[in-house]
Design a protein around this ligand. Structure first.
Ligand SMILES: Cc1ncc(COP(=O)(O)O)c(C=O)c1O
Length: 417
């Protein structure tokens, strides 16, 4: 049985997979068992920050694996302390405390638990408990029960009801709708500054400022899901600052790029004071939350190696420059099959005119184009039916960008009317 047959025979069919089967990687490149070479502009869905086989990351993992892989959170974990310090002092430059999880969905569940505890405090002198959270159309916050309730895209919720109650969804970049969705039971607003899975949609600076004002006015938590857009990919260690620098969230979640491919997630909670005159992070005190694997020495060593490389080599700046190059080149084509390029840094989405593609009946343009690009040696994943994403490792070279854009252009010409 080949890999595809074995996967079909033994693994739950939850994923629709492309036929590519990589077995080895180096930098931006992947190879399959037959020696076919691919430029990886998927990066494990915005995860392989430093590309494949990075020396600093693989050495840190090997060294730590030889010293101490796991130690539970009953004990003091030095690498966890170091990583939290780096996230607070160098990535966010905002004071607060970090919790370590293993994935993006888990991190967002932590934010939801924070919001629930915050809601219990009541508001404006009233001790009436609040529990509702507003998220945005096209959002994606993960696949746990908390994550699917928070996610607005209905496809993730189908058949899993009754869902965790208390989530309302509002259109992105529409402050009036948002203001009218806020009710007496609302306690938080949660958003991706750049929506990833929903098709690379950016919150505007005005919208972000307006959300912050509404949060202040209504005593709501501002929760940012930076699982996909955080930690450098958009051009800033704090993803939202690549859109609006003057925003002060109450809590932020991360995963994906944090470990460069090693599974590790985290969330941060601000030390700002609540109505009870206590730091916000104290709402999740001893015994309120936990994870056996979260913050293990091995996961934290991997994440530290990634963050050191990203910060010390100023990869966010490179992401900005490379992103501009990609955007300008594609826009310069003025190709009739493309609508626009959206995104920031190296988190880019190329919009497609569905009608311009000779896709088989029932196949969305994005999946058709991603399949054809893969055949030509470029991995660029779809996001929704009419967007293809370009999100290479932050270490991608000029030559690799040039070659990828050549493949993109030639493939477009081959598969469009
Ligand atoms: C913005 C965002 N939040 C949460 C998640 C869920 O992360 P994970 O798959 O690590 O649980 C994702 C995954 O794509 C994401 O893009």
């Amino acid at each position: 049985m080949n890999t595809a047959d074995k996967l079909a025979r033994y693994v739950l069919p939850t994923y629709s997979r492309f036929s590519v089967s990589p077995v080895r990687g180096e930098g931006t490149l992947l190879w399959d068992a037959q020696g076919n070479r691919y430029l990886d502009f998927c990066s494990g869905l915005a995860t392989c920050t430093l590309g494949h086989g990075d020396n600093a990351l693989s050495r840190a993992i090997a060294r730590q694996a030889g010293e101490l892989i796991h130690c539970c959170n009953l004990y003091q974990i030095d690498k966890q302390a170091e990583l939290a310090e780096c996230l607070v002092e160098e990535c966010l430059e905002l004071q607060g405390r970090v919790f370590f999880s293993n994935s993006g969905a888990e991190s967002n569940d932590g934010l939801v638990k924070l919001a629930r505890r915050f809601g219990k405090l009541g508001s404006g002198g009233s001790d009436e408990s609040r529990h509702e959270i507003i998220t945005f159309h096209q959002s994606f916050h993960g696949r746990t029960l908390g994550g699917i309730a928070a996610t607005a895209q209905s496809k993730v919720k189908e058949g899993f009801d009754p869902l965790l109650p208390g989530f309302y969804h509002s259109p992105l970049n529409d402050l009036d709708s948002l203001a009218s969705t806020i009710g007496p039971d609302t306690c938080a607003i949660m958003l991706e500054p750049i929506q990833g899975e929903g098709g690379i949609h950016l919150a505007t600076p005005e919208f972000l400022r307006g959300v912050q004002e509404l949060c202040q006015k209504n005593d709501l938590l501002l929760l940012l899901d930076e699982v996909q857009c955080g930690l450098g990919r958009t051009g800033d260690m704090a993803g939202w600052r690549s859109i609006e620098p003057n925003l002060t969230p109450d809590a932020v979640s991360w995963a994906k790029g944090l470990g460069g491919g090693f599974p590790v997630g985290a969330f941060w909670i601000s030390d700002r004071l609540t109505s009870q005159n206590k730091p916000l992070f104290e709402l999740l005190g001893a015994g309120s939350h936990g994870s056996t694997f979260g913050g293990s020495p091995l996961a934290c060593s991997a994440a530290l190696a990634v963050l050191r490389e990203v910060i010390d080599k100023n990869l966010p700046q490179r992401a900005i420059e490379h992103g501009q190059k990609i955007r300008m080149t594609i826009e310069g084509w003025q190709h009739h099959a493309l609508t626009e390029v959206r995104g920031k840094g190296l988190l880019l989405g190329v919009g497609l005119h569905a009608g311009a593609f000779e896709a088989p009946e029932g196949t969305p343009a994005s999946i058709y184009l991603s399949t054809e690009l893969a055949k030509a040696g470029l991995l660029a994943p779809p996001a929704g039916p009419d967007t293809v994403r370009l999100m290479p490792p932050l270490t991608v070279s000029n030559e690799e960008i040039h070659e990828s854009l050549e493949i993109f252009r030639h493939t477009l010409d081959r598969v469009c009317h």
